[in-house]
Design a protein around this ligand. Structure first.
Ligand SMILES: [Zn+2]
Ligand SMILES: [Zn+2]
Length: 661
């Protein structure tokens, strides 16, 4: 699939969209996805280029609000980007280029292509991919393993074009300039021109534009002889940027770049002078000082937004920064050589290859040795307190942050429960996962969603949700059966959430290191007054050997007068053997994603729930849920909630009745 962002029509405020038969007035940007788009869509006279106007038949949907705690907030992101809708064009034949002239934005694309072509001199494709990604933010050729290693080593910011590259450019430029230029306005013009050209070539994305604007403000501040007032200039530019796009204040990337830049201006100069006094060469001192200051400034935000605290990130960045600067300059030099003095270009490519290789080895080694600490973020006040402590001078200024620190530490040691039982049926795609929070604030998980090579729901969905809800451990982790869509994410949770007990339905290879306990019908346990009862399977039942679904644990959760029935992937066969108490359940987690092989008439009649929850992936290949299963639950008076349509379901019980949203 190929993405296009643009305004609807040439004059966005006046365009109309048709939705069904209703005419809607539409303003703003739309992101359009086209399935397999070739360079020249049929029906168009020429290639599709940046800046072109197009006409297309599309399906439109609005961005969705976040429903899963810690999940991706598509609506918030789209608002920040000014995108009001997403659209899909099913076939490129439904798309037409309507402009006759190529826009100037296409020229920038041509220059960018020319630049990347010069890196053909870098022999190894992996090193070439790292170079393209680091210099132009072109991640197309980058493989998942390399990217993951850079992320685990805290070096991912090097692979996306951002403040790091801009900082490297401006540090290098200032070092290369003769002193008079460094303080004159002509020097400012040179810096401005280089930064603007680089910003355009690197795709002019949000983070590079922000970094460029702030670097230009810094460049101006220096010439205005405002060495001491540089921070004020930057504050002013940050405020101006926020005034243009106020929602950026909520964007983690923007927060990190503001924090890093402000810290750089406030502290990097002093740190570099300290290093220079210890005989570290000038350019290296600048790069190392900037790395330490920026890393320390973004660390609390990484903890807050990504629930990571990396011990290896700072040393890895200190080693990587000089290499990254060298790669940036070597690759730009290679491009210049390739155009003006081609015989020397292979030598440039050879140097790029060596430096990129060193960076990859560094990321690989650092990732392998990172303790991978994860956890919920400490209260915001703690972070603000620490930042205040670091920035303030003198005791009088420290009293406020210090009291915030003490307050947040004492608050975080109190039990968190709000006296209600919460169940979160998480949208893990095709799979199951329930997070349970007891009235006293303990957490437990039953099933953990699937895990694939590149996506582990245990980490990305269930773990994120637990951290966001403030849990660093779970009282127990239950896995109803061994299928990947239930068990896949469990090993991650077992590793990072230290469950006291792991409950399974039989031998489990994936969880054998965590001493799982096999439970059967009749087993029950109580957690903070909430009762968990296993209704099946029974050891005496004879079930077909190969039918793992039929062996799925069926668990009843009850608190006060409210009760919930979790069917796992149990089939009609097991439903027939179960003793379902005839009571009106508040909720049934429908068996086997709503497949026709579960949800017999008898079960539906006996359980008669208020809510029937079907945990199912959007357009899954099994065609779950079956239409008559949905109709059967609805016919018994249940409100049917589907995670493929309604996303995550949050149910809260006060012991008498339930509320949901
Ligand atoms: Zn399943
Ligand atoms: Zn299954």
């Amino acid at each position: 699939m190929c993405g296009i962002v643009g305004y609807v029509g040439r004059r966005p405020a006046q365009e109309l969209l048709l939705q069904g038969l209703t005419k809607l007035e539409y303003r703003g940007r739309i992101r359009l996805f086209v399935r397999t788009l070739s360079d020249s869509p049929p029906g168009s006279a020429r290639h599709l280029e940046k800046g072109d106007s197009i006409r297309a038949w599309v399906d439109i949907r609005r961005p969705e609000p976040v429903r899963t705690p810690g999940g991706f907030d598509q609506l918030g992101w789209a608002r920040r980007e000014g995108i009001h809708a997403f659209a899909t064009c099913k076939n490129e034949r439904l798309l037409n280029v309507t402009t006759a002239h190529i826009s100037p934005r296409a020229w920038v694309d041509t220059a960018r292509d020319r630049l990347s072509r010069s890196w053909r001199h870098v022999a190894d494709p992996l090193n070439r991919a790292v170079t393209a990604s680091m210099v132009l933010g072109d991640e197309g050729a980058l493989d998942a393993t390399t990217r993951e290693e850079f992320r685990a080593a805290g070096l991912l910011h090097l692979l996306v074009v951002s403040g790091s590259q801009v900082a490297a450019l401006i540090i290098g430029l200032r070092r290369a300039m003769p002193r008079p230029l460094r303080i004159r306005w002509a020097g400012c013009a040179v810096e401005g021109a280089v930064l603007l050209v680089y910003c355009l070539l690197a795709g002019a994305g949000d983070s590079i534009v922000r970094a460029t604007v702030m670097a230009l403000a810094f460049s101006v501040a220096v010439r205005a002889d405002l060495h001491r007032g540089g921070a004020n200039f930057l504050f002013a530019s940050a405020i101006a940027l926020l005034a243009l796009r106020p929602l950026d204040a909520l964007d983690p990337g923007a927060q990190m770049s503001f924090a890093a830049t402000l810290a750089l201006v406030a502290h990097a100069g002093g740190a570099a002078r300290g290093l220079a006094a210890r005989h570290v060469p000038g350019l290296l001192a600048d790069v190392l000082a900037a790395t330490v200051v920026a890393s320390l400034a973004v660390a609390p935000l990484t903890l807050l937004h990504f629930h990571r605290f990396s011990l290896i990130a700072l040393p890895a960045n200190l080693l990587a920064a000089p290499l990254a600067v060298a790669l940036l300059y070597a690759s730009l030099a290679t491009a210049v050589l390739d155009v003006f003095f081609a015989p020397l270009a292979p030598a440039g490519g050879w140097i790029c290859g060596i430096v990129a290789e060193a960076l990859r080895s560094l990321a690989h080694y650092a990732a392998a040795n990172d303790p991978d600490w994860r956890g919920p973020a400490p209260p915001l006040a703690l972070l603000i307190g620490l930042t205040g402590l670091a920035a303030g001078r003198g005791w009088s200024r420290r009293i406020l942050p210090l009291s915030g620190l003490v307050a947040s530490l004492s608050l975080s040691s109190l039990p968190r429960g709000d006296g209600r039982l919460h169940l979160w049926f998480l949208d893990v795609g095709q799979g199951d996962s329930v997070v349970i929070e007891t009235p006293a604030g303990s957490a437990a998980v039953i099933d953990a969603g699937p895990s694939f090579e590149r996506f582990d729901s245990g980490e990305r969905v269930v773990g994120e949700a637990l951290w966001r809800l403030g849990h660093r451990r779970v009282a127990f982790l239950g896995v109803t059966h061994r299928h990947n869509d239930h068990e896949g994410g469990a090993p991650f949770l077992a590793r990072h959430f230290d469950p006291e007990r792991v409950y399974v339905n039989g031998e489990s290879k994936a969880l054998r290191d965590f001493s799982p306990k096999i439970v059967r019908r009749g087993d029950a346990w109580i957690l903070d007054g909430v009762t968990f009862r296993v209704l099946g399977p029974d050891s005496a039942w004879t079930l077909p050997r190969a039918d793992e679904n039929a062996r799925s644990l069926v668990v009843e959760v009850s608190w006060g007068a409210t009760s919930f029935l979790l069917m796992g992937d149990a089939t009609r066969l097991t439903e027939g053997l179960l003793d379902i108490p005839r009571r009106r359940y508040d909720l049934v987690k429908v068996g086997h994603h709503g497949a026709a092989t579960s949800s017999s008439e008898r079960l539906v009649r006996d359980a008669r729930p208020r809510l029937a929850l079907i945990s199912v992936g959007n357009r899954n290949r099994f065609a779950h849920p079956a239409g008559d299963v949905v109709a059967r639950w609805a016919g018994a008076g249940a409100l049917v909630w589907r995670t493929d349509i309604h996303r995550t379901l949050h149910v809260a019980s006060d012991g008498k009745r339930i509320e949901w949203q």
